[in-house]
Design a protein around this ligand. Sequence first.
Ligand SMILES: Cc1cc2nc3c(=O)[nH]c(=O)nc-3n(C[C@H](O)[C@H](O)[C@H](O)COP(=O)(O)OP(=O)(O)OC[C@H]3O[C@@H](n4cnc5c(N)ncnc54)[C@H](O)[C@@H]3O)c2cc1C
Length: 427
Amino acid sequence: MMWRSPHRHEQNYDVIVCGGGAAGVGAAVGAARAGARVCLVEKYGFLGGAATTAQVLAYCGFYQQGAKPVAAVGGVGAELLASLSKYGLDTTPFCSETTGNWIVRIEPELLKLTMDDLLVRHGVDVQLHTRVAAATRTGERIEAVTLAGMEGRWHAVADAFVDASGDANLAMLAGVPYRIGNREGLLQATTLPMRIGGVPPEVSIDRPALCASVARYNEGGEFPISRSDGGIMFRLPVSSDIWWMAVDLPMAEVSSRCFTAMEMKGRAMANDYLHMLRKHMPGFASAYLVATGPQIGVRETRHPAARYEMTLEDAAQGKTSDDAVARAAWPIELHTQPGRPTYTPLGGAGYFHVPYDAISAAGIENLWYGGRVIGADPEAYASVRVMGTAFATGEAAGVSAVDYIESNHLRNARTVANRLRANGAIV
Ligand SMILES: Cc1cc2nc3c(=O)[nH]c(=O)nc-3n(C[C@H](O)[C@H](O)[C@H](O)COP(=O)(O)OP(=O)(O)OC[C@H]3O[C@@H](n4cnc5c(N)ncnc54)[C@H](O)[C@@H]3O)c2cc1C
């Protein structure tokens, strides 16, 4: 028998990105296009973030609210949509029946493939099945991260880092202080989206029948449904499966114990609701659950300290900034009560600016944020967290990281914005 010793090695990069969701993909491609050697680290075996880990199958934030879809995100996000179209997905903006917002419906398997392709094409070193497990810091700089993968633990050294983990895992490991939830520590509700097959394509979704089914279920059902309007339900492209959001659960804390309880209860609820649909909805008699997960959809966890926190006023007034690096165009969508989202439109020209300091970590000079970890108060967060905006803030973070390295550690929002515009981003 040949015994082996644990394999240890160290690797050097310019930029390391933690997380392979919309923000991480935006950051990695943005940095790679700017000429950096980039490593993207993702704990699952595929990219996509909430779109593929939680079946969140609609991209929001690519377009402003209004009678016609006006683009708010370009750059890497737009390139991804164009690549998805080449794979045969119809990415035409679609106006959501229940909210009146413009969304792009996605197909998760095509998304995984398209993201793989995009990152490989840009020369990013993608490390799937790998988790950022520790960070080494000297004063106000992160020097390296410890990665835990199939081969055990190893070290990756870089000049600059992007936290696109959604949960602020890198910032937390590097010792950045964070807030959990809103001002009172309350977290937005979680949802387990359901993907339902077995409903013939010619069956249209009968909204009054859905509302009546929910009302009937709520008379004695074990898990009353909060969405009296029937919740968001539409047909998915390619498969024609039904996508439904109705399994809503409050989230008490950020812990594996709490996640376990929510996942288990969520699956029981999904099963119950499926039987309700089969019994009461016209055309749903043979419906079955194609998929949930792999994990429950988590809207909110940690908010790490940033150099600037965008506010409700910024969003409500549609505030613009000379130091802008991205636009946020989704209305303020709060899920304080499970299953009862509220929407508040943005002011000004229908978007507000994300300033450079909102994507910059407080107290660490070489860490940037992309996606739902950027600096925002609870209301501004309820707008900026969506995936379209996450592509834009992620790309801004990746380009900021490269600009910082190339300018000998200077921080200059204007040059970052110019570099972003040169690559087709909308600032
Ligand atoms: C139920 C629900 C419905 C939603 N509806 C919509 C919607 O319709 N449209 C929309 O645009 N947005 C929607 N959102 C919001 C949106 O999905 C998220 O806010 C968005 O995905 C944030 O993007 P992100 O890239 O910042 O993070 P994520 O998508 O969460 O991606 C983060 C990635 O980082 C990885 N990661 C985390 N920690 C580590 C680590 N230590 N090491 C390695 N990898 C790590 C994760 O596995 C994940 O892949 C919804 C969210 C939920 C929960």
